[in-house]
Design a binder for this molecule. Structure first.
Ligand code: CUA
Length: 163
């Protein structure tokens, strides 16, 4: 079969480009810990309430019990997003802690973005999203909702204080 030389060059160019993309994906996920927020499980959003939820998941616990240490240096937080806030809105962890976020929305679509971390996900009513991050640098990390969710979207934020 005859392949025109310029066609052959494009085959090679395409192959090289795809290899670069695949390598970038591999480096991003293996070396930099970039993960896709996994749809961890489904939940009926009407069972998630500010207090006294009936989902049967840790989301039903009082706010102060939804952030907990599960092993030395390992924390998890079951967080609700709602119009317009996060519950809990502030968490404190020692530097070097690994925090797994479980998030769901009790009403509309929200987002969670923690700048300078790999935490960037949509918070979807009916779905529990999960992401983990290790907080090594002490400081205050403000997090925001970055999906437009109504008139007070701009005041929907919280803080992670790494001590
Ligand atoms: Cu919630 Cu924007």
């Amino acid at each position: 079969m005859h392949v025109h030389p310029s066609e052959k060059r494009y085959f090679i160019f395409t192959f090289v480009l795809m290899s670069i993309f695949a390598a970038a994906l591999a480096v991003g996920s293996l070396a930099f810990g970039v993960q896709l927020p996994a749809p961890y499980q489904l939940v009926d959003p009407t069972t998630i309430r500010a207090t006294g939820g009936t989902s049967g998941l840790p989301f039903d616990l009082p706010e102060e019990e939804r952030f907990r240490e599960v092993a030395p240096g390992q924390y998890e937080v079951y967080m609700h997003a709602y119009a317009w806030g996060f519950s809990p809105r502030e968490i404190r962890v020692p530097a070097g802690s690994r925090v797994t976020f479980y998030l769901t929305s009790r009403d509309v679509l929200h987002g969670l973005l923690i700048p300078e971390t790999n935490i960037n996900m949509m918070v979807i009513p009916g779905q529990v999203s999960r992401l983990t991050h290790e907080f090594n640098t002490p400081g205050t990390f403000n997090f925001v909702c970055h999906e437009y969710c109504g008139i007070a979207h701009h005041i929907m934020y919280g803080q992670i204080i790494v001590e």
